[in-house]
Design a protein around this ligand. Sequence first.
Ligand SMILES: [Zn+2]
Length: 389
Amino acid sequence: MDNFQFTIVKKDGKSSARVGVIKTPHGEVNTPIFMPVGTQASVKTLSNEDLKEIGAEIILGNTYHLYLRPGHELVKRAGGLHKFMSWDRPILTDSGGFQVFSLNSLTKITEEGVRFQSHLDGSYHMFTPEKVMEIQHALGADIIMALDEPVLYPCSEEQASTANRRTVNWAERCLSAHNELRDNESKQPPALFGIIQGGTYPELRKASAEALLKLGFPGYAIGGLSLGEPKSATWEMVELCTDVVPQEKPRYLMGVGTPEDILEAISLGVDMFDCVLPTRNARNASLFTRFGKLIIKNSQYAEDFSPVDPECECSTCRNYTRAYLRHLFNTGEISALRLATVHSLHFYMDLMKWARKAILEDRFREWKEEFLSRYQTDQTNEENQMENT
Ligand SMILES: [Zn+2]
């Protein structure tokens, strides 16, 4: 049963950063990796051909949304998510827990699971660890996630502790449901990751990581961070988790983040990332470049006939100008959303490529500083320019 394998290729000498390869039934993934978010079995505005040209090696699908529409049974009848959406590279699905907690105000949590109302039609549903495993096995992703209970920031130690206990119980139930489904499957089964919780309480984080380690998952996610807590707390919690999780296991920091945050997490030993930031911001005319954020609607670009990022090799930068992209946004042309998304995701893919190269050359820290000095200097300029327009 070697559908999933993680191999470390190189460790950085001066930080905890590492380069690795994850083997899945649908191919290899080079880490550190950024996974574009394909909420509804689609990365918004892009075709899968676009994604391949950008260099996406793995994408993420949302269990909550796909369960509600079109339904996991339908996806299973289509031959699984890969066939349904015509994507032959690896896919990771989340547990749906985060959406249940963030999109629904009437969510009711018990030991059994989470009862929630659909944000679409108000119908009632129940996610239990067993149900979430059934859904994700039906979707057929390469990496699936255990059901967890994230806590918001701030929350009391008592709340975080209760959520922790539940998360560990649910992880154990997920594991036995997953093993049972796996044994009854003819095709290659997915790998199940556990999710470390514990809020911003060091003792609880540590306890959560240690309890999940005892259960023995092939990979570990760090959940419930980047939810408004101070940055120092985020990094303290991430470091605590990467210290506890053994070197040979991949670590996935969920929902993070900005280029600066991703690089910091890589230096602490994180291997996998996902975030809606590059795609969502792009649709709002805010693009990521080597020089920081670029607000393409600003009047200073009205007659700027240079590419979004002159050093970028994406198809948007190769073929179109800032002035043209600004015009498309101003006139509400839908092609603006696609061209902007192509560029920003390409930038995130480049960022990970540069990070991997720097680690392989044993100069991650130096490269990170070089990158950030350029990125932040010009970002400040950008913000100043924004205030002036
Ligand atoms: Zn570009």
